[in-house]
Ligand binder design. Structure first.
Ligand SMILES: Cc1cc2nc3c(=O)[nH]c(=O)nc-3n(C[C@H](O)[C@H](O)[C@H](O)COP(=O)(O)OP(=O)(O)OC[C@H]3O[C@@H](n4cnc5c(N)ncnc54)[C@H](O)[C@@H]3O)c2cc1C
Length: 304
């Protein structure tokens, strides 16, 4: 036996919960299935979301779940979805031993990060070393920072971080993949380039103290940024449907967030690679408004 819903939302981060909120307020019968492992759980505070600047990710989530539960047609179940397929116009969803069916499915499962292979990086990521300077640059302003990365995008990334602190050292963890002109440019701006292999990051309670290289050189740094976190999709939608990836690693959709599969939508990080909380939430809002509008018009026409 399967429980049936008008919309099943897979993933309950900012994107999925905001979609559920607006659909619930539109009296839609909605289920959110959420593994509850958002990628920003490693941080102590989220920034840049008006009225929630500095909020703990868990607190943001708790408030979101509390708000959607106020609407009787919305259910939230903590569960990992392990299969999804479409048969005779109906989606079949399976998670934690339960089966569900839905007319439409919204995938809002986000991305997961894989940190570079540097000893100690997991201890500092989310506390003093981050990926997104808009999320965490302010807290690290004017500090001696390390920038980790070695792909052609590194120079642009450094130019951005330079806005928050000009005391920068780039650690490429091997020969730098930039031109000699770019090296000169860094020198002109007083940015040190360390090409030696990094042996270890030394930290205390998540706060970076030193970067130690193979030759035992010790560089004092109190925080930093990582260019490449090798992000990948948390939920393998492409294994269930023939869906392409965008250049940013997101699932391809048409305008309006619908994939090439009728009734299957993707929002938030899963669509963009990295959307930030506000864009994820707003995309959930916009999609819910569009879906409800369509359902309302269909219901009107059926009665005509
Ligand atoms: C270290 C770090 C710090 C950040 N700081 C900020 C910040 O300060 N400000 C900001 O705006 N953004 C920040 N971000 C980015 C922000 O976290 C994301 O852009 C945002 O969370 C995307 O929302 P989402 O709803 O798309 O995905 P998520 O918030 O990742 O939510 C996806 C949900 O889907 C669930 N899920 C995944 N797979 C399944 C499955 N198979 N079944 C059921 N559920 C599943 C996950 O467990 C999770 O609960 C940060 C990111 C990182 C990594």
């Amino acid at each position: 036996m399967s429980e049936h819903y008008e919309v099943v939302i897979i993933g309950g981060g900012a994107a999925g919960l905001n979609a559920a909120l607006v659909l619930g307020r539109s009296k839609r019968n909605v289920l959110v299935l959420d593994e509850n492992k958002a990628r920003n759980n490693v941080t102590k505070a989220s920034h840049g979301f008006l009225t929630r600047d500095g909020v703990k990710p868990e607190e943001f989530k708790e408030m979101g779940i509390g708000e959607i539960k106020a609407y009787p047609s919305v259910s939230y179940i903590e569960s990992k979805v392990t299969s999804l397929h479409k048969d005779s116009g109906l989606f079949h969803i399976h998670g934690d031993g339960q089966n569900y069916t839905a007319d439409r499915v919204i995938v809002a499962t986000g991305m997961k990060d894989e940190l570079p292979d540097i000893k100690g990086v997991d201890l500092v990521y989310g506390t003093s070393v981050f990926h997104c300077p808009y999320c965490d640059g302010w807290e690290r302003r004017e500090e001696p920072l390390a920038v980790f990365g070695n792909d052609p995008g590194i120079l642009d990334y450094v130019k951005l971080i330079y806005n928050w602190s000009q005391d920068l050292m780039i650690f490429t963890n091997g020969p730098a993949e930039i031109t000699s002109e770019e090296k000169e440019d860094l020198k002109q701006h007083g940015v040190a380039l360390i090409e030696e292999t990094v042996r270890e990051l030394v930290s205390e309670d998540g706060y970076l103290k030193h970067v130690v290289t193979e030759s035992d050189e010790v560089y004092d740094r109190s925080g930093g940024f990582i260019l490449e976190t090798s992000e990948s999709q948390s939920f393998p939608l492409h294994e269930y449907f023939d869906i392409e990836f965008t250049d940013m690693g997101g699932y391809y959709t048409k305008d309006g967030c619908e994939t090439l599969v009728d009734g299957l939508y993707v929002i938030g990080d899963s669509r963009h690679g990295f959307s930030g909380l506000l864009k994820a939430a707003s995309e959930g809002y916009e999609l819910a408004v569009a879906l409800n509008h369509e359902l309302a018009v269909n219901a009107w026409d059926r009665k005509g």
